[in-house]
Design a protein around this ligand. Structure first.
Ligand SMILES: [Zn+2]
Length: 326
């Protein structure tokens, strides 16, 4: 939930309905989806009327325009209810019987007995690519939900009827999205879990702001991971060179105690003294402090000699090859 009290999902849909579809074929296709997922034909006083329920005022206005364009009659909008979260549901209704019959025929929606839009629906007609996109767009607007990109990746479209969920699934397959279909207690839902599939879906239905947001969030996530990896790596390297320095300091201390640093050959004594002054410096840095500078491997060589000498001193096997005369 955002600070404005509207869900992320609702914000995405509101942005999506800022633009009306241009082609008649696509409008019909999108309206079919609205009717499949949220529509019902109600009989009242022996007169049928079509009702489509949607969440929020901007979606209701959009559906009003869509229904008016496709059917040629002005529908009514009724506020149905407002829930605790302040979400309002609207019913967009078409009561003209003649136009309604025409509309259902045009959308190839069969009237069940008593005017009900009932499954099994006719298998989805082979639609043009533009209309397949529009059907998915309508299904998402009517019954879809999308998680905020800050949480886990999830997009789903719910239907009480398996047949419509299968339609969505087959359209997703058609666009090579990796959709799955599951049954729930009260119906069926088709969902996408992979970021790539969700982003492609948003692209297909024209939800560009949401797509952009998701892309940004993804870049941010991967940058964060990369930075974490780099920090971990640097910490590990730092630990390693600090450990090495501690080890060297211990050796230097032992040599100093057992024979005195002043008795060491000059290059080795220099290295030992530098290490004592700069316990945190790397070998490379220590080498650069010398005049003339000594490379990392040269410094390594000097500390290896110290280590060997220390061992010999401890074992009483020192033969004097590391002292001043050397
Ligand atoms: Zn079309």
């Amino acid at each position: 939930m955002s600070s404005t009290g509207k869900s992320y999902n609702y914000q995405v849909k509101s942005a999506l309905v800022q633009k009306d579809l241009k082609r008649n074929c696509c409008r019909r296709s999108e309206l079919s989806a609205f009717m499949h997922f949220r529509g019902s034909v109600i009989i009242s006083h022996h007169k049928p009327s079509l009702s489509i329920t949607v969440e929020g005022a901007s979606l209701a206005r959009y559906l009003f325009r869509l229904l008016k364009k496709v059917s040629g009659v002005t529908p009514h909008i009724l506020l149905r209810k407002e829930n605790r979260l302040g979400h309002s549901y609207f019913m967009v209704r078409l009561s003209d019987v003649y136009r309604l019959k025409k509309l259902l025929n045009a959308l190839k929606i069969k009237q069940g007995s008593g005017w009900r839009i009932t499954p099994p629906a006719p298998s989805p007609p082979v639609l043009a690519r533009c209309c397949r996109r529009s059907y998915l767009r309508g299904a998402f607007l009517a019954a879809g939900s999308l998680n905020s990109p800050h949480s886990s990746y999830h997009l789903e479209i719910f239907s009480e009827y398996e047949v419509y969920s299968r339609t969505v699934k087959s359209l997703m397959d058609n666009f090579k999205l990796e959709g799955s279909l599951r049954q729930r207690k009260n119906g069926y839902y088709t969902y996408l879990k992979k970021a790539d599939s969700i982003m492609e879906f948003l692209r297909i239905i024209g939800a560009h702001p949401a797509l952009l947001q998701m892309e940004n969030q993804r870049v941010l996530k991967s940058m964060r991971n990369q930075v974490n990896r780099m920090v971990n790596c640097e910490t590990a390297n730092l630990d390693k060179s600090l450990q090495a320095a501690q080890h060297q300091l211990a050796i230097i201390q032992k040599i100093d105690t057992l024979m005195g640093l002043e008795n060491l050959a000059a290059p080795i004594r220099e290295a030992a003294e530098l290490r004592r002054y700069h316990p945190e410096a790397s070998l490379k840095e220590l080498g650069e402090m010398l005049e003339p500078p000594v490379g990392k491997s040269g410094m390594n060589h000097r500390f290896r000699k110290m280590s060997r000498l220390c061992k010999q001193l401890e074992e009483g096997a020192y033969r004097g090859d590391t002292c001043k005369t050397n």
